[in-house]
Design a protein around this ligand. Structure first.
Ligand code: FEO
Length: 403
Protein backbone atom coordinates (compact mmCIF):
# COMPACT_ATOMS: atom_id res chain seq x y z
CA UNK A 1 0.00 0.00 0.00
CA UNK A 2 1.26 3.47 -0.86
CA UNK A 3 2.41 5.65 1.99
CA UNK A 4 1.88 8.91 0.12
CA UNK A 5 -1.21 11.14 0.14
CA UNK A 6 -2.89 9.29 2.99
CA UNK A 7 -5.83 10.34 5.14
CA UNK A 8 -5.22 11.77 8.58
CA UNK A 9 -7.46 10.70 11.44
CA UNK A 10 -9.28 13.54 13.19
CA UNK A 11 -11.24 11.50 15.75
CA UNK A 12 -12.30 7.86 15.81
CA UNK A 13 -14.04 7.25 12.49
CA UNK A 14 -13.43 10.71 11.00
CA UNK A 15 -10.56 11.46 8.62
CA UNK A 16 -9.17 14.50 6.86
CA UNK A 17 -9.03 13.65 3.15
CA UNK A 18 -8.38 17.10 1.68
CA UNK A 19 -5.66 18.58 -0.48
CA UNK A 20 -2.78 20.95 0.14
CA UNK A 21 -2.27 23.65 -2.48
CA UNK A 22 1.27 24.87 -1.86
CA UNK A 23 1.40 26.81 -5.13
CA UNK A 24 -1.66 29.03 -5.20
CA UNK A 25 -0.79 32.72 -4.90
CA UNK A 26 -3.94 34.29 -6.36
CA UNK A 27 -7.31 33.26 -4.96
CA UNK A 28 -9.75 35.33 -7.03
CA UNK A 29 -7.73 38.49 -6.47
CA UNK A 30 -6.61 37.72 -2.92
CA UNK A 31 -2.84 37.14 -2.60
CA UNK A 32 -2.54 33.79 -0.86
CA UNK A 33 1.14 34.13 -0.05
CA UNK A 34 1.20 30.97 2.09
CA UNK A 35 -0.91 28.75 -0.19
CA UNK A 36 -4.04 27.04 1.09
CA UNK A 37 -5.73 23.74 1.79
CA UNK A 38 -9.08 22.46 0.57
CA UNK A 39 -10.35 20.34 3.43
CA UNK A 40 -12.66 17.40 2.88
CA UNK A 41 -13.61 14.84 5.51
CA UNK A 42 -14.52 11.18 5.48
CA UNK A 43 -16.93 9.90 8.12
CA UNK A 44 -16.71 6.12 8.55
CA UNK A 45 -20.24 5.54 9.85
CA UNK A 46 -22.42 2.69 8.59
CA UNK A 47 -23.13 5.05 5.71
CA UNK A 48 -19.68 6.11 4.59
CA UNK A 49 -19.92 9.87 4.15
CA UNK A 50 -17.76 12.44 2.39
CA UNK A 51 -18.13 16.00 3.73
CA UNK A 52 -17.26 18.49 0.99
CA UNK A 53 -14.83 17.85 -1.84
CA UNK A 54 -11.84 19.80 -3.17
CA UNK A 55 -10.94 22.06 -6.08
CA UNK A 56 -11.10 20.14 -9.37
CA UNK A 57 -7.34 19.80 -10.05
CA UNK A 58 -6.90 18.13 -6.64
CA UNK A 59 -9.33 15.28 -7.31
CA UNK A 60 -6.62 12.61 -7.41
CA UNK A 61 -5.10 13.79 -4.14
CA UNK A 62 -8.45 13.57 -2.36
CA UNK A 63 -9.22 10.20 -3.91
CA UNK A 64 -5.86 8.82 -2.82
CA UNK A 65 -6.46 9.94 0.76
CA UNK A 66 -9.95 8.42 0.75
CA UNK A 67 -8.59 5.17 -0.69
CA UNK A 68 -6.10 4.91 2.19
CA UNK A 69 -9.13 4.37 4.47
CA UNK A 70 -11.84 2.79 2.33
CA UNK A 71 -12.61 1.87 -1.23
CA UNK A 72 -14.05 5.18 -2.57
CA UNK A 73 -16.88 3.22 -4.22
CA UNK A 74 -18.18 2.47 -0.72
CA UNK A 75 -19.10 6.13 -0.18
CA UNK A 76 -22.87 6.25 0.43
CA UNK A 77 -23.41 9.92 1.19
CA UNK A 78 -21.86 13.20 0.09
CA UNK A 79 -22.58 16.41 2.00
CA UNK A 80 -21.91 19.69 0.19
CA UNK A 81 -21.77 22.45 2.78
CA UNK A 82 -20.79 25.11 0.23
CA UNK A 83 -21.07 25.27 -3.56
CA UNK A 84 -18.07 27.46 -4.37
CA UNK A 85 -15.82 25.52 -6.70
CA UNK A 86 -12.88 25.24 -4.32
CA UNK A 87 -15.15 22.79 -2.45
CA UNK A 88 -17.42 21.46 -5.17
CA UNK A 89 -15.09 21.47 -8.18
CA UNK A 90 -14.64 17.72 -8.32
CA UNK A 91 -18.15 16.85 -7.08
CA UNK A 92 -19.47 15.77 -10.52
CA UNK A 93 -16.43 13.55 -11.09
CA UNK A 94 -16.54 11.92 -7.67
CA UNK A 95 -20.31 11.37 -7.94
CA UNK A 96 -19.77 9.73 -11.30
CA UNK A 97 -17.13 7.45 -9.78
CA UNK A 98 -18.76 6.42 -6.51
CA UNK A 99 -22.47 6.85 -7.28
CA UNK A 100 -23.54 7.76 -3.74
CA UNK A 101 -27.08 6.99 -2.63
CA UNK A 102 -27.57 10.52 -1.29
CA UNK A 103 -26.08 13.95 -1.86
CA UNK A 104 -27.13 16.61 0.62
CA UNK A 105 -26.91 20.39 0.27
CA UNK A 106 -28.96 23.33 1.53
CA UNK A 107 -31.91 24.44 -0.60
CA UNK A 108 -29.78 27.26 -2.04
CA UNK A 109 -26.91 24.80 -2.42
CA UNK A 110 -29.08 22.42 -4.41
CA UNK A 111 -29.85 25.27 -6.81
CA UNK A 112 -26.29 26.64 -6.93
CA UNK A 113 -24.80 23.20 -7.65
CA UNK A 114 -27.36 22.70 -10.42
CA UNK A 115 -26.43 26.09 -11.89
CA UNK A 116 -22.74 25.28 -11.76
CA UNK A 117 -22.72 21.72 -13.04
CA UNK A 118 -26.11 21.01 -14.69
CA UNK A 119 -25.77 17.61 -13.01
CA UNK A 120 -27.53 14.44 -14.05
CA UNK A 121 -27.62 13.31 -10.41
CA UNK A 122 -30.14 14.18 -7.71
CA UNK A 123 -29.26 16.47 -4.82
CA UNK A 124 -31.44 16.36 -1.70
CA UNK A 125 -32.08 19.70 -0.02
CA UNK A 126 -31.76 19.76 3.76
CA UNK A 127 -33.03 22.52 6.01
CA UNK A 128 -32.07 24.18 9.24
CA UNK A 129 -32.10 21.60 12.04
CA UNK A 130 -32.52 18.54 9.81
CA UNK A 131 -30.76 15.48 11.20
CA UNK A 132 -29.53 12.55 9.14
CA UNK A 133 -28.68 9.24 10.79
CA UNK A 134 -25.52 7.90 9.19
CA UNK A 135 -25.61 4.74 11.34
CA UNK A 136 -23.54 5.14 14.46
CA UNK A 137 -23.08 8.83 13.83
CA UNK A 138 -25.67 11.54 13.24
CA UNK A 139 -25.23 14.76 11.37
CA UNK A 140 -27.25 17.91 12.00
CA UNK A 141 -27.43 20.77 9.51
CA UNK A 142 -27.45 24.46 10.31
CA UNK A 143 -27.95 27.10 7.62
CA UNK A 144 -25.29 29.83 7.64
CA UNK A 145 -26.49 31.93 4.70
CA UNK A 146 -23.87 34.36 3.35
CA UNK A 147 -21.06 32.82 5.38
CA UNK A 148 -19.81 32.74 2.63
CA UNK A 149 -22.52 32.31 -0.05
CA UNK A 150 -26.33 32.05 0.10
CA UNK A 151 -25.95 28.26 0.04
CA UNK A 152 -23.51 28.02 2.93
CA UNK A 153 -24.41 25.62 5.71
CA UNK A 154 -22.49 23.81 8.43
CA UNK A 155 -22.77 20.19 9.53
CA UNK A 156 -22.47 19.05 13.13
CA UNK A 157 -21.44 15.52 13.97
CA UNK A 158 -23.19 15.15 17.30
CA UNK A 159 -21.38 12.10 18.71
CA UNK A 160 -17.98 13.72 18.20
CA UNK A 161 -19.07 17.32 18.87
CA UNK A 162 -17.39 18.12 15.56
CA UNK A 163 -18.46 21.10 13.47
CA UNK A 164 -17.70 21.03 9.75
CA UNK A 165 -17.82 24.80 9.29
CA UNK A 166 -17.00 25.21 5.55
CA UNK A 167 -15.41 28.64 4.89
CA UNK A 168 -16.20 30.01 8.36
CA UNK A 169 -13.26 30.00 10.80
CA UNK A 170 -10.84 29.05 8.01
CA UNK A 171 -7.70 30.56 6.58
CA UNK A 172 -5.56 30.24 3.48
CA UNK A 173 -2.52 28.48 4.86
CA UNK A 174 -0.83 25.43 3.34
CA UNK A 175 0.76 23.25 5.98
CA UNK A 176 1.31 19.69 7.10
CA UNK A 177 0.02 20.78 10.50
CA UNK A 178 -3.69 20.01 10.59
CA UNK A 179 -4.43 21.85 13.86
CA UNK A 180 -4.05 25.48 14.85
CA UNK A 181 -2.31 24.56 18.12
CA UNK A 182 0.58 23.10 16.09
CA UNK A 183 1.24 26.43 14.40
CA UNK A 184 2.46 29.77 15.77
CA UNK A 185 -0.42 31.75 17.29
CA UNK A 186 0.62 34.96 15.48
CA UNK A 187 0.50 33.13 12.15
CA UNK A 188 -2.97 31.66 12.59
CA UNK A 189 -4.34 35.00 13.86
CA UNK A 190 -2.80 36.82 10.90
CA UNK A 191 -4.02 34.38 8.27
CA UNK A 192 -7.50 33.99 9.81
CA UNK A 193 -7.72 37.80 9.90
CA UNK A 194 -6.55 38.11 6.32
CA UNK A 195 -9.14 35.54 5.29
CA UNK A 196 -11.92 37.35 7.17
CA UNK A 197 -10.89 40.75 5.76
CA UNK A 198 -10.78 39.52 2.18
CA UNK A 199 -13.68 37.06 2.14
CA UNK A 200 -16.17 37.67 4.93
CA UNK A 201 -15.89 41.35 5.87
CA UNK A 202 -18.71 42.54 3.56
CA UNK A 203 -20.92 39.84 5.07
CA UNK A 204 -20.22 40.81 8.68
CA UNK A 205 -23.86 41.19 9.68
CA UNK A 206 -24.51 37.62 8.53
CA UNK A 207 -21.44 36.45 10.42
CA UNK A 208 -22.78 38.14 13.57
CA UNK A 209 -26.14 36.34 13.06
CA UNK A 210 -24.36 33.02 12.63
CA UNK A 211 -22.39 33.56 15.82
CA UNK A 212 -25.63 34.34 17.68
CA UNK A 213 -27.20 31.23 16.25
CA UNK A 214 -24.25 29.07 17.25
CA UNK A 215 -24.40 30.47 20.76
CA UNK A 216 -28.17 29.99 21.02
CA UNK A 217 -27.91 26.40 19.78
CA UNK A 218 -26.17 25.34 22.97
CA UNK A 219 -24.04 22.98 20.90
CA UNK A 220 -20.66 22.07 22.34
CA UNK A 221 -17.65 21.89 20.06
CA UNK A 222 -14.73 19.59 20.54
CA UNK A 223 -13.40 20.32 17.07
CA UNK A 224 -14.17 23.07 14.58
CA UNK A 225 -13.13 21.88 11.13
CA UNK A 226 -13.20 24.56 8.42
CA UNK A 227 -12.70 23.92 4.70
CA UNK A 228 -9.41 25.89 4.56
CA UNK A 229 -6.36 25.73 6.77
CA UNK A 230 -5.96 24.12 10.18
CA UNK A 231 -8.72 22.79 12.43
CA UNK A 232 -9.33 24.16 15.91
CA UNK A 233 -9.32 21.43 18.57
CA UNK A 234 -8.44 22.94 21.93
CA UNK A 235 -11.07 24.82 23.98
CA UNK A 236 -8.69 27.81 23.89
CA UNK A 237 -8.36 27.76 20.11
CA UNK A 238 -12.11 27.35 19.61
CA UNK A 239 -12.84 30.26 21.97
CA UNK A 240 -10.10 32.28 20.28
CA UNK A 241 -11.47 31.89 16.74
CA UNK A 242 -15.06 32.59 17.86
CA UNK A 243 -13.77 35.68 19.70
CA UNK A 244 -11.91 36.91 16.63
CA UNK A 245 -15.05 36.57 14.53
CA UNK A 246 -17.11 38.48 17.08
CA UNK A 247 -14.55 41.31 17.07
CA UNK A 248 -14.07 41.38 13.30
CA UNK A 249 -17.81 41.24 12.58
CA UNK A 250 -18.26 44.28 14.85
CA UNK A 251 -15.61 46.13 12.77
CA UNK A 252 -14.00 47.59 15.89
CA UNK A 253 -11.59 50.34 14.84
CA UNK A 254 -8.32 51.44 16.43
CA UNK A 255 -6.12 54.54 16.13
CA UNK A 256 -4.15 52.88 13.33
CA UNK A 257 -3.89 54.82 10.06
CA UNK A 258 -2.76 53.29 6.81
CA UNK A 259 -1.33 55.43 4.03
CA UNK A 260 -1.82 53.77 0.65
CA UNK A 261 -0.12 55.30 -2.38
CA UNK A 262 1.80 54.77 -5.58
CA UNK A 263 4.11 56.87 -7.69
CA UNK A 264 5.45 57.65 -11.14
CA UNK A 265 8.47 59.86 -10.33
CA UNK A 266 8.89 59.52 -6.54
CA UNK A 267 6.97 62.69 -5.62
CA UNK A 268 3.95 61.03 -3.98
CA UNK A 269 6.14 58.91 -1.63
CA UNK A 270 7.70 62.11 -0.26
CA UNK A 271 4.18 63.36 0.46
CA UNK A 272 3.22 60.00 1.99
CA UNK A 273 6.18 60.22 4.39
CA UNK A 274 5.13 63.72 5.43
CA UNK A 275 1.54 62.52 6.01
CA UNK A 276 2.94 59.59 8.01
CA UNK A 277 5.09 61.93 10.13
CA UNK A 278 2.02 64.05 10.91
CA UNK A 279 -0.04 60.99 11.82
CA UNK A 280 2.70 59.68 14.11
CA UNK A 281 3.23 63.10 15.70
CA UNK A 282 -0.49 63.13 16.47
CA UNK A 283 -0.25 59.78 18.26
CA UNK A 284 -1.67 57.47 15.58
CA UNK A 285 -0.16 54.09 14.80
CA UNK A 286 0.97 54.41 11.19
CA UNK A 287 1.65 52.03 8.34
CA UNK A 288 2.75 53.26 4.93
CA UNK A 289 1.65 50.92 2.15
CA UNK A 290 3.26 51.66 -1.24
CA UNK A 291 1.32 49.65 -3.80
CA UNK A 292 4.60 48.76 -5.53
CA UNK A 293 5.22 46.47 -2.55
CA UNK A 294 1.80 45.89 -0.98
CA UNK A 295 -0.97 43.84 -2.53
CA UNK A 296 -4.58 45.03 -2.49
CA UNK A 297 -5.44 42.14 -0.17
CA UNK A 298 -2.78 43.34 2.31
CA UNK A 299 -4.49 46.73 2.30
CA UNK A 300 -7.80 44.99 3.04
CA UNK A 301 -6.15 43.05 5.87
CA UNK A 302 -4.81 46.21 7.51
CA UNK A 303 -8.29 47.74 7.23
CA UNK A 304 -9.68 45.04 9.48
CA UNK A 305 -8.87 47.23 12.48
CA UNK A 306 -7.48 50.51 11.07
CA UNK A 307 -9.42 53.68 11.86
CA UNK A 308 -8.12 55.78 8.96
CA UNK A 309 -7.44 55.21 5.28
CA UNK A 310 -5.29 57.93 3.71
CA UNK A 311 -4.66 57.64 -0.01
CA UNK A 312 -2.23 59.32 -2.38
CA UNK A 313 -1.64 59.13 -6.12
CA UNK A 314 -0.08 61.03 -8.97
CA UNK A 315 -2.28 62.16 -11.81
CA UNK A 316 -1.82 60.40 -15.13
CA UNK A 317 -3.83 61.29 -18.22
CA UNK A 318 -6.34 63.32 -16.20
CA UNK A 319 -7.12 60.60 -13.70
CA UNK A 320 -5.69 58.85 -10.64
CA UNK A 321 -2.84 56.39 -11.06
CA UNK A 322 -4.51 53.06 -11.92
CA UNK A 323 -3.07 50.97 -9.08
CA UNK A 324 -5.01 53.15 -6.65
CA UNK A 325 -8.19 52.56 -8.65
CA UNK A 326 -7.54 48.82 -8.42
CA UNK A 327 -6.94 48.79 -4.66
CA UNK A 328 -9.84 51.12 -3.87
CA UNK A 329 -12.30 49.24 -6.09
CA UNK A 330 -11.35 46.01 -4.34
CA UNK A 331 -11.55 47.51 -0.85
CA UNK A 332 -14.90 49.21 -1.59
CA UNK A 333 -16.38 45.82 -2.40
CA UNK A 334 -15.36 44.60 1.04
CA UNK A 335 -17.46 47.36 2.66
CA UNK A 336 -15.25 48.47 5.54
CA UNK A 337 -17.41 50.63 7.83
CA UNK A 338 -16.66 53.57 10.08
CA UNK A 339 -13.43 54.82 8.51
CA UNK A 340 -12.08 58.35 8.31
CA UNK A 341 -9.54 59.36 5.69
CA UNK A 342 -7.82 61.95 3.56
CA UNK A 343 -6.25 62.36 0.13
CA UNK A 344 -3.05 63.72 -1.36
CA UNK A 345 -1.22 63.58 -4.67
CA UNK A 346 1.33 65.03 -7.03
CA UNK A 347 0.67 66.19 -10.57
CA UNK A 348 2.28 67.88 -13.54
CA UNK A 349 -0.49 69.63 -15.46
CA UNK A 350 -4.06 69.40 -14.21
CA UNK A 351 -4.07 67.29 -11.00
CA UNK A 352 -7.30 65.25 -11.05
CA UNK A 353 -5.95 62.42 -8.87
CA UNK A 354 -7.04 63.93 -5.55
CA UNK A 355 -10.53 64.54 -6.95
CA UNK A 356 -10.76 60.91 -8.07
CA UNK A 357 -9.36 59.59 -4.80
CA UNK A 358 -11.84 61.66 -2.78
CA UNK A 359 -14.71 60.42 -4.95
CA UNK A 360 -13.66 56.82 -4.26
CA UNK A 361 -13.45 57.42 -0.51
CA UNK A 362 -16.91 59.02 -0.61
CA UNK A 363 -18.29 55.96 -2.38
CA UNK A 364 -16.91 53.93 0.53
CA UNK A 365 -18.59 56.27 3.05
CA UNK A 366 -15.20 57.28 4.42
CA UNK A 367 -15.42 60.57 6.32
CA UNK A 368 -12.85 62.79 4.61
CA UNK A 369 -10.80 64.98 6.94
CA UNK A 370 -9.23 68.24 5.73
CA UNK A 371 -8.47 69.46 2.23
CA UNK A 372 -6.54 67.45 -0.37
CA UNK A 373 -2.78 68.01 -0.16
CA UNK A 374 -1.35 68.62 -3.64
CA UNK A 375 2.11 69.21 -5.04
CA UNK A 376 3.17 70.14 -8.58
CA UNK A 377 5.93 67.99 -10.08
CA UNK A 378 8.35 67.56 -7.15
CA UNK A 379 7.14 68.66 -3.70
CA UNK A 380 9.03 71.47 -1.98
CA UNK A 381 9.28 71.86 1.77
CA UNK A 382 6.29 74.21 1.52
CA UNK A 383 4.33 71.49 -0.26
CA UNK A 384 5.15 68.92 2.40
CA UNK A 385 3.91 70.99 5.31
CA UNK A 386 0.21 70.61 4.30
CA UNK A 387 0.81 66.86 4.04
CA UNK A 388 2.17 66.81 7.58
CA UNK A 389 -0.76 68.92 8.77
CA UNK A 390 -3.23 66.58 7.05
CA UNK A 391 -1.68 63.63 8.92
CA UNK A 392 -1.84 65.55 12.18
CA UNK A 393 -5.53 66.43 11.70
CA UNK A 394 -6.43 62.84 10.91
CA UNK A 395 -4.54 61.63 14.00
CA UNK A 396 -6.45 64.16 16.11
CA UNK A 397 -9.75 62.96 14.64
CA UNK A 398 -8.78 59.37 15.45
CA UNK A 399 -7.91 60.34 19.01
CA UNK A 400 -11.26 62.11 19.40
CA UNK A 401 -13.10 59.02 18.21
CA UNK A 402 -11.35 56.94 20.84
CA UNK A 403 -12.60 59.18 23.66
FE1 FEO B 1 -13.69 28.33 0.16
FE2 FEO B 1 -16.45 30.32 -0.45
O1 FEO B 1 -15.17 29.00 -0.80
Amino acid sequence: MSHVLQAQQVVDGVYWVGAIDWAIRNFHGYATSRGTTYNAFLVMAEKVTLVDTVKAPFHDEMLSRIASVVDPEKIDVIISNHSEMDHSGCLPRIVEQVKPAEIYASTAGQKALAEHFRPSFEITAVKEGDVVDLGGKTVQFMETKMCHWPDSMVSYLAEDKLLFSQDAFGMHLASYERYADELPAWLTEHEAGKYYANILLPLSRFVAKTLEKIQASGLEFRIVAPDHGPMHRTPEDIARVLGWYERWAAQKRTNKAIVVYDTMWQSTPKMASAVGDGLAAGGAKVKLMPLSGCHRSDVATELLDAGALVVGAPTINNTMYPTLADALTYVRGLKPAGLIGGVFGSYGWSGESTRDLAAELERMNVEIIGEPAKAKYVPSGDDLEPCYQLGLRIAEALAQRAT
